[in-house]
Design a protein around this ligand. Structure first.
Ligand code: NIG
Ligand code: FE
Length: 414
């Protein structure tokens, strides 16, 4: 049974279809369809074109026609490829301490930081976590984000990590947005663990990894490579095992010091995220590899530190995604579009580069090939903004919000 819908006209549609995964993109390279229409077949994109020219064929297919007034810009739904929105409590106190002069790593060493959120998340029940995820994911959906990666990593024991990953799985069943779960049991060495970092990782990989597969809880393994977390020596056997079991690898890399990006390359990770501390050497090596670099401007704004050298990375030929890193510690804002626009301002990125970073390049950072572009066969996930010129979207730095969101062909925000 095939159901067709034709939606339009939009003042402009940006399908993001004709662009490379890697390298710089001038705005002139963007395909813009004026007075465009989208024909949907079930939950997928069937075709795009000029609305008026599509009408006859759509009627012959028996399509439902939704006629708009031609005053909006349409884009693929945004993809947030890195968040930690499954957490309990708050870290407003950390934020105040940082602004009073303490560093993120100093706060972590004195028992605050990630461990504080672990304590608060362990106190929450699974149902409380589900409610928190739903609230945050729906806020994202209102801002045009139709796919959200969500990490565990505030449980830090087999059972507490499982609680988080079940909460993510069950929240996903209640939501229009798709949640893409990632296991970040290697977020730090748990303070209450009696063995070494290696013992902990061995326990997680032997006891948790098989459950993740058996219960289909996630297909991605992440680790924080940093002085306060795991070294590249600690993580090598862990990632080796994860890869052998077929998990995708992603890395919190080069946030405060370099070394994580080399681990990402060595393990052929789908993405290396953060990279605020990367120097030209790391940037060039990453740009040559297949690893997608994910800039997290929300962490820059939350910590008051450097932006990821996104311009240098694109000019070196790399694939750049941009994500919010929404978490209670380093990135509490959780506003992807605002952050991506600000990264663009500071790093001198074109509209096309920023929009690519939150659509198809972000989807590929999650190894998802069915979204992020309005292409035949892709999911009918798309959004519209109340403007006739796409350049208004980033110019307004996140204050222009989408007026409509379609997920898998359904109008979910009106
Ligand atoms: O991506 N860098 C490590 N992990 C998170 C922060 C988590 C936290 O501080 O709670 C990040 O910035
Ligand atoms: Fe993160």
């Amino acid at each position: 049974m095939h159901t067709y819908q034709l939606i339009g006209p939009f003042a402009q549609i940006l399908p993001m279809t004709n662009l490379n995964l890697k390298g710089a993109i001038p705005d002139e390279a963007l395909l813009v369809i004026d007075n465009g229409g989208i024909l949907i077949e079930n939950d997928r994109i069937h075709s795009l074109g000029k609305f008026n020219e599509m009408l006859l064929a759509a009627k012959e297919l028996g399509a439902k026609i939704t006629t708009l007034d031609g005053s909006d810009v349409c884009l693929p739904g945004f993809v947030d490829a890195h968040t930690h929105i499954c957490f309990g409590g708050t870290r407003a106190h950390d934020y105040a301490m940082r602004n009073a002069g303490k560093s993120y790593l100093e706060i972590a060493k004195s028992g605050g930081g990630i461990w504080d959120t672990v304590t608060q998340t362990r106190k929450a029940t699974k149902d409380q976590l589900i409610a928190l995820i739903i609230q945050r994911a729906n806020r994202h959906l209102n801002n045009g984000i139709t796919t959200i990666e969500v990490k565990s990593g505030y449980g830090l024991s087999v059972n507490e990590e499982l609680k988080m990953l079940y909460a993510i799985k069950e929240a996903n069943q209640e939501l229009y947005v798709d949640l893409i779960p990632t296991c970040l049991a290697a977020h730090m060495v748990p303070i209450d663990y009696s063995g070494t970092a290696t013992d902990y990782l061995e326990e997680i990989s032997s006891q948790l990894f098989p459950k993740l597969k058996a219960e289909q809880l996630c297909n991605r393994i992440d680790a924080f490579i940093e002085e306060s977390a795991y070294s590249k020596e600690d993580i090598a056997p862990y990632f080796t095992k994860a890869k052998a079991m077929g998990f995708d690898i992603t890395v919190h890399a080069d946030q405060f010091s370099t070394s994580g990006s080399a681990v990402a390359i060595a393990f052929d990770a789908v993405s290396a995220d953060h990279l605020e501390a990367s120097t030209t050497k790391e940037i060039e090596a990453l740009a040559k590899s297949n690893v997608i670099a994910t800039a997290l401007p929300g962490a820059t704004l939350g910590l008051g530190c450097a932006f990821t050298p996104a311009r240098e990375f694109l000019d070196a030929g790399g694939a750049l995604a941009i994500a919010s890193d929404w978490n209670p510690g380093s990135a509490p804002m959780g506003d992807l579009l605002t952050q991506a626009a600000i990264l663009g301002t500071f790093q001198k990125l074109s509209n096309a580069e920023v929009l690519a970073g939150i659509t198809f390049r972000a989807a590929l950072a999650l190894n998802l090939k069915d979204r992020g572009k309005l292409d035949k066969g892709h999911l009918a996930d798309f959004i519209s903004f109340p403007t006739t010129d796409y350049k208004e979207i980033l110019y307004q730095q996140g204050s222009l919000k989408p007026n409509n969101v379609w997920k898998k062909g359904n109008l979910v925000i009106d």
